[in-house]
Design a protein around this ligand. Structure first.
Ligand code: GKE
Length: 340
């Protein structure tokens, strides 16, 4: 790791939630030469740092992946068209097109002699037939096969995992992979359609409290279960897996499963309010139940993500509340200046 700190390290998807945090994290660890890349215009990046080489590049294009990997010692590829169920259920083809990014990045990494390549996979690779009950079945790594991944997004991630494996086996590229289980935290998308449940529920509670309409709409019956991993655990896990000798995809997720109704309970408790609940049964729901089995990561790394949901959600709620308030103030100011 010490060696990597003085060499060029590339993070793709760096304008987004996890990618932005990863650049901040590597900087804080003393990485001197960082290249951050995202398709979004620089002005729309979640986080940005002046002492980092920031490039707005569409990595669906092969030549841009060559530019991205040029001179790189290590690459963290987190670039993908993604979002929560509200996005991936309605954009399956767009999600599958992310295959271009990983394919071209792997080719470019090989071409430029990159020493280590991290790929961010997802719990959405898991076989849907194993996630039919609300009892939150703990998913072991082998439960991805036989394959029946989440439509669109899940299949792209599963195929990309296999491409990483075969680039390692056939071409000797050192690849490391983690299956993220619903990561949340400050700087995560909280409105606009790509938000995942923790941010969406926090936003809805904040809006209900601010508007005085003490009601909340929940997708599905609210019995769906998930585990949610706080961003700090995600960063720690990426570090440990990237530095490890673990060559196959491994779960990186919390094993604290809750129902969506319980997630709302926690957000209400943080806000100090109780809301009237309505359920949108035809909304995107994904699988009924999902949790991360952390036996393997415990065995291989002696660690697992362990930030309690109550703790992580409070920090997330407070961050969204500030963002929301600033936006409201911005709207009030422009409405006032408009009115004059
Ligand atoms: N996004 C959202 N917004 N979900 C809600 C809402 C809401 O207002 N109300 C209830 N839910 C329910 C959804 O219907 C779903 O059953 C559950 O919360 C979690 O939704 P999610 O966070 O959007 O996404 P999923 O965990 O189902 O799937 C996500 O898994 C990730 C990996 O763990 C995927 O969308 C990807 O973001 C990723 O693969």
């Amino acid at each position: 790791m010490e060696q990597a700190k003085n060499k060029l390290v590339v993070v793709t998807g760096a304008g987004g939630f996890i990618g932005g945090h990863l650049v901040a994290h590597l900087r804080a660890q003393g990485y001197k030469k960082l290249r951050a890349i995202d398709a979004k215009p620089l002005g729309e990046w979640e986080q940005q740092f002046v002492d980092v080489e920031n490039l707005s590049l569409d990595l669906n294009l092969k030549e841009n992946c060559e530019t991205a990997a040029d001179g790189a010692y290590e690459i963290y590829n987190l670039a993908a068209n993604m979002g929560g169920m509200g996005f991936i259920e309605h954009n399956k083809a767009l999600c599958m097109l992310s295959i271009l990014i990983n394919t071209h990045m792997l080719q470019a990494a090989l071409h430029h002699g990159v020493q280590r390549y991290f790929y961010s996979s997802s719990a959405c690779v898991y076989n849907a037939d194993r996630q039919k009950t609300f009892e939150a079945p703990s998913l072991k790594e082998e439960d991805a096969y036989p394959a029946m991944a989440e439509d669109g997004y899940g299949w792209e991630k599963l195929f990309s995992e296999r491409m990483c494996r075969h680039f390692r086996e056939d071409f000797g590229l050192t690849t490391r992979l983690a299956r993220f289980h619903n990561v949340y935290g400050p700087h995560g998308t909280w409105e606009g359609g790509r938000e995942k449940a923790p941010a969406a529920i926090c936003r809805k509670v904040i809006e209900a409290k601010a508007s005085g309409r003490h009601e909340i709409e929940i997708w599905g019956t609210g019995e769906q279960t998930r585990s949610f991993m706080y961003i700090d655990d995600c960063l720690k896990g990426i570090d440990k897996i990237m530095r490890s000798e673990i060559v196959d995809a491994i779960n990186l997720g919390s094993s604290e499963a809750v129902s969506i109704n319980q997630l709302v309970d926690i957000a209400e408790e943080i806000a100090g309010i109780k809301l009237k609940r309505s359920y949108k049964l035809d909304a995107p729901k994904g699988v009924n139940g999902r949790n991360s089995d952390n036996t393997l990561i415990q065995n291989l790394l002696g660690w697992e993500p362990n930030t309690p949901l109550r703790v992580g959600l409070e920090k997330t709620y407070r961050w969204i509340y500030d963002e929301y308030s600033q936006k409201q103030q911005g709207r009030a100011v422009s409405a006032f200046s408009g009115a004059r």
